[in-house]
Write a protein that binds this ligand. Structure first.
Ligand SMILES: Nc1ncnc2c1ncn2[C@@H]1O[C@H](COP(=O)(O)OP(=O)(O)OP(=O)(O)O)[C@@H](O)[C@H]1O
Ligand SMILES: [Mg+2]
Length: 246
């Protein structure tokens, strides 16, 4: 059994610097890969257009193979984009705002995608919420990742509730879906492992990115889920300094 020993300040700083160095290195690598990859993608697209003109069996075979390579290229591009978003969470630009207003704006923006998936979004916004400090772009990204997961868990449609309230002096936002839910093993893995996914083609960076965003706001995220019943993700964020909390 191992007991956690608190880190001395200089040791903590050394680890933070080391992390920043590795993150910068990994981000640089992802950038370097992205440029040649988009050249490959572009040329593949031109090749596919060319081959699609021919109608011999050889042309059709080549077309199928090229389309497979094209799909894999697209997958690599998605992984790189998700990874770059994950790395960028370090740069945070906070402003004082109203959580309910941000949730309302998100619902307006996300309504079309939800309706197309036959999902009804139902906001239940608490009253008298104190202001919060949010990076609006990152916060929207977190809501987007959570809502997209919810939609993917309800392939036949369903209900996605967004609730806000104040609990123990913190602001809480819950996203509740009545989709497939998760078993214990999945719940254990989602925040622990980066690149953990149960979806074909899933990158597994969605929730780790949400967690980094929430923690960079001084907040925390928790989950409650049961197979066949649905999932509730709850984000808790401290109120803005100098605000009076009911
Ligand atoms: N609302 C939800 N309902 C059921 N399962 C969920 C939900 N949200 C997340 N999960 C599970 O958690 C896993 C990890 O989610 P995460 O968003 O990190 O990655 P992903 O959705 O698989 O891929 P991507 O990186 O494209 O988002 C999912 O594969 C899924 O198994
Ligand atoms: Mg996801």
């Amino acid at each position: 059994m191992s007991a956690e020993v608190p880190l001395a300040d200089d040791e903590r700083q050394r680890l933070v610097d080391q992390y920043a160095q590795i993150a910068a290195l990994a981000g640089g690598l992802a950038h370097e890969i992205r440029n040649p990859l988009s050249t490959i993608s572009l040329n593949l697209e031109l090749l596919v257009e060319d081959i699609a003109q021919g109608d011999s069996p050889r042309d059709r075979r080549m077309l199928r193979k090229l389309q497979t390579v094209q799909r894999e290229c697209g997958h690599l591009e998605t992984i790189l984009e998700d990874f770059l978003r994950f790395i960028r969470v370090g740069e945070i630009d906070l402003e004082r705002t109203d959580l309910n207003e941000q949730v309302r704006q998100f619902v307006d923006f996300y309504q079309t995608e939800a309706s197309a998936a036959d999902v009804e979004i139902s906001p239940h916004l608490g009253t008298d919420l104190p202001p919060v400090m949010l990076d609006l772009t990152l916060f929207r990204q977190a809501l987007f990742n959570l809502s997209r997961n919810a939609l993917q868990a309800m392939p036949k449609g369903g209900l996605l509730e967004l609730q806000t309230c104040v609990r123990d002096g913190w602001l809480e936002l819950s996203l509740i879906d009545n989709g497939s839910g998760m078993n214990e093993e999945t719940v254990k893995n989602i925040f622990k492992k980066v690149f953990f996914s149960t979806k074909p083609g899933g990158t597994g960076l969605g929730l780790p990115t949400v967690r980094r965003i929430v923690e960079s706001h001084g907040g925390r995220i928790s989950v409650d889920s049961a197979p066949g019943r649905g999932t509730r993700f709850t984000i808790a964020i401290p109120p803005a300094p100098d605000s009076s909390v009911p």
